[in-house]
Design a protein around this ligand. Structure first.
Ligand code: HEM
Length: 288
């Protein structure tokens, strides 16, 4: 057991579980980032529901959503940390794990504040269907991310998280990593989007793009882009941001840090001292 409020201790223990020999590319980091994002990305600005509060993925209605397939791995990786620091809420742990993983993989420092509360039951979960569908295009991205309160620049910056990790056929129906080194945070995703010749993958699976990195051998794994990734270079308002982030890694890191901090605060109410106030949160009043 640890002292309540020892977030430094929690951070250290998250770092200690990142290395996972035999799992994917040897790191739990990417799937932890995806957990933090899917926990938060259900937010709806208009109805002020969803978001990182509640840790609803512990319940079948949200955890069993096909959009969240594979995230049970992330939750299982974090169980020993929760076990040691029983006082931390899951909602805080999942968002903190994303932030710690990004930094540990070479990314920017991202502001993280505690105070999220876990739902005591499954009666206030956001409806399914609020997370993006990778088979679609820019109008869908805008529909989903404007609902959360993001703009075009923020959509492109957030998508840069696809520098990390990979798609798994048995989770999403897509296959492969976006970049050569999927456990190192960088702006490579934007560079490759612009530079490589992306072609439709020849297979029976979901429509996606593939390309060989320059100098790769035939047996080297293909890199991939989802239709929603490719939409960022097809859309005339998104594309200039892809170009800027490809050219300027510092700008990408600083914009990404801001937008990820905003993402994990969605639906969290704080008083003027920055203290989270569960009683002010609509989701806690059961107003779906
Ligand atoms: C993985 C879709 C935005 C972070 C994936 C996968 C899909 C997907 C289909 C593969 C899942 C699997 O098969 O395991 C999308 C779509 C987005 C989006 C359509 C809309 C723009 C984001 C955002 C973040 C993010 C905003 C974080 C800020 C990740 C990470 C992975 C991932 C880190 C790799 C997970 C792993 O390696 O297990 N995404 N995503 N994605 N996504 Fe996204």
């Amino acid at each position: 057991m640890s002292q309540p409020g020892d977030f430094e201790g929690v951070r250290k223990d998250i770092i200690a579980i990142l290395k996972q020999k035999g799992y994917d590319d040897g790191s739990a980091g990417p799937v932890l980032v995806r957990l933090a994002w899917h926990a938060s990305g259900t937010y709806c600005k208009e109805s002020d529901t969803g978001g990182s509060n509640g840790a609803g993925m512990r319940y079948e209605a949200e955890g069993g959503d096909p959009a969240n397939a594979g995230l049970q791995h992330a939750r299982v990786f974090l169980e020993p940390v929760k076990d040691k620091h029983k006082w931390i809420t899951y909602a805080d742990l999942w968002t903190l794990a994303g932030v710690v993983a990004i930094k540990a993989m070479g990314g920017p420092d991202i502001q993280w504040k505690p105070g999220r509360t876990d739902f005591a039951d499954d009666s206030r979960l956001p409806p399914r269907g609020r997370l993006p569908d990778a088979s679609q295009a820019s109008d869908h991205l805008r529909h989903i991310f404007y609902r959360m309160g993001f703009n075009d620049q923020e959509i492109v910056a957030l998508s840069g998280a696809h520098n990390l990790g990979r798609c798994h056929v048995d989770r999403s129906g897509f296959e492969g990593p976006w970049v050569n080194n999927p456990t190192r945070f960088s702006n490579q995703y934007y560079k490759l989007l612009l530079k490589l010749k992306w072609k439709p993958k020849k297979w029976d699976g979901n429509f996606q793009y593939v390309a060989k990195p320059p100098g790769a051998d035939e047996e080297d794994e293909d890199l991939m882009m989802l239709p929603t990734d490719y939409a960022l270079i097809q859309d005339e308002a998104f594309r200039p941001w892809v170009e800027r982030y490809a050219e300027d890694q510092d700008l990408f890191f600083s914009d990404f840090a801001k937008v990820f901090a905003k993402l994990i605060e969605l639906g969290v109410y704080r008083d003027e001292d920055g203290i989270a106030r569960a009683d002010k949160m609509k989701a806690f009043k059961g107003s779906y």
